[in-house]
Structure formats: C-alpha cells, structure tokens
Ligand binder design. Structure first.
Ligand code: DX5
Ligand code: ZN
Length: 215
C-alpha cells in the first residue's frame, strides 16, 4: 500500500506534539524520524528524549531512520524508545547481515538504507531479510535538498528485483519528494514517500492533502 511518511526533521520543534496530532487527524499513519550523529552525516538532529516524548502522544508507526555510524550500538535503545521500524544504512554497518538479525530479534520491522551512489548489489544477500529498502534520493544529512533524477532508474531496478524474487518489500524514497514528483516516484515502484519540507513548511493540512491526491 502507498503511504506518506512525513519527516519531522523539517518540523517546528516548539510545537511538535500539536503538529504531529494535526497530521494524525489528517490520516497520516507513518512518521519518519531522522536520527543523525554528526559522523555518518555532517549534521546532528535528535535522539531518545524526543522519540520517547512523542511516543506518549502519537499512535503512528514510528519509522526511525538511523544516519549513524555502527548503528548496532544503539538499535536496542531505539526499539525501547518506541521505534516500530528501524532502518540502518548499509554504508554505516560493519556487518550488515548481523545488524539486520539484531533488529529482527528486537521484534521491530527492519529497513536498509542506501545512499544515492551505493549500488543495489549490496542487497544481494539480505533482501529477503528486510521489510523495507530506503533509497536515498538526496545525499543524507539535510532536509530541503533537490531530488536526484538518476534515482528513478534505481527505484525501477529495485522494484523489478523485488518482484522477480516474489517478495513484497516496501521501497521508501527519501529526499526532495514533493507532491509534484511523488507520482513519478510511485510509478517507478516506490510505495512509501518520505517528505519533510514539503509537509512541514507552510500549511501542513493543505500539504498533506496535496500528497493524498497522488497516493
Ligand atoms: C535527509 C533525511 C530526510 C529529510 C528529507 O537526510 O533523511 O528524511 O528529512 O527532507 P526533504 O523532504 O525536505 O528533502
Ligand atoms: Zn530520512
């Protein structure tokens, strides 16, 4: 099923609870939470206290995108904080297969993220073990960047591989997604759209409705 997962990176943190409740009332069922460590990516974003606070108020599926080095050190702690799905970067894991196993053992869903320049072949021996592949459509680290057009082909190729293997793995696209290019990303084979600035900048309700028209 297609869905929109707003990324809280672009939210106004002084009114996070209210804005997320508003999104929830407007039919949003998944929330994308970007965690950055200042090492894997240049920026630092948020961590456990924020996730634990919003967990008390918000029922959406918490899709936690870890842009951190050696995420195996922290996956258990993120599951305890309220993550329903934990996505790690293939580039950030010393032993990707082991980390995926660790996440699955915690009883949460598991995703693997790939930077734009990372080939799909890193998934060759783990695709069957993950619920979702997150294809970065910008270089990770910041909200508000432009979608990299070469990623349409990558989405298409991955969807083809998933179908050929008889799987129904979700493909999440993250970075530069707007209501205007969402349709093309969906057509290429993505089914989970992350959008930060396109949801939280301006009128949140109106922005969500624009996306819902193309979902
Ligand atoms: C970037 C993050 C994204 C970011 C997307 O590193 O992973 O989730 O919030 O922001 P927009 O939608 O503004 O490109
Ligand atoms: Zn993200």
């Amino acid at each position: 099923m297609n869905c929109l997962a707003p990324s809280i990176l672009s939210a106004d943190f002084s009114r996070l609870g209210e804005d997320l409740s508003l999104a929830e009332r407007n039919g949003i069922t998944m929330l994308h939470i970007d965690v950055m460590d200042g090492m894997f990516v240049p920026s630092i974003s948020l961590g456990f206290p924020v996730i634990e606070s919003i967990r008390k108020k918000i029922n959406m599926v918490f899709d936690v995108h870890l842009m951190i080095k050696e995420p195996e050190r922290y996956v258990e702690r993120f599951a305890e904080s309220g993550a329903d799905m934990i996505t790690v970067h293939a580039e950030a894991c010393l032993h990707l297969h082991r980390t995926i196993g660790q996440i699955r053992q915690l009883g949460v869903k598991c995703g693997v993220a790939l930077n734009p320049a990372t080939p799909l072949s890193v998934l060759d021996y783990v695709l069957e073990d993950v619920d979702m592949v997150l294809l970065m459509t910008v270089n990770p680290g910041f909200g508000g960047q432009s979608f990299i057009p070469a990623m349409y082909e990558k989405i298409k190729t991955l969807r083809k591989q998933i179908t050929e293997k008889g799987l129904n793995t979700d493909i999440e696209v993250d970075g530069g997604i707007k209501a205007s290019n969402a349709e093309r990303a969906l057509r290429a084979g993505a089914n989970v759209l992350v959008a930060g600035s396109a949801v939280f900048e301006g009128d949140i309700e109106k922005n969500i409705k624009e996306f819902q028209r193309v979902l």
